[in-house]
Design a binder for this molecule. Sequence first.
Ligand code: SF4
Length: 103
Amino acid sequence: MNMNRRTFVIHSLAGSAALTLASLARAADAPPVAETDPQAVALGYKDDATKADKVKFPKYAAGQHCATCQLYQGPATGRGNCALFPAKSVAAAGWCSAYVKKA
Ligand code: SF4
């Protein structure tokens, strides 16, 4: 690897790390989505996955929660970002009917 390529790779990695940290900081700063928010109601979002309405959303399976969902970005506990609730944070322990298991 020549010097320019090495410098580019190092800068790219540093940039990615900074972006990841920035997005985690945003998740912590974003206000929590309210369970009464119209979109949250429509999707059956609950801060506590075990409180999901299993009658209305029979696809819920025990053990599913935001932190293991493909649309979640954030720490395994606490709060993070979800693409479905921009500018809001969701609970890592939460759940909604759009849940898709992380690959
Ligand atoms: S889409 Fe996934 S991360 Fe977003 S609220 Fe629903 S279960 Fe949580």
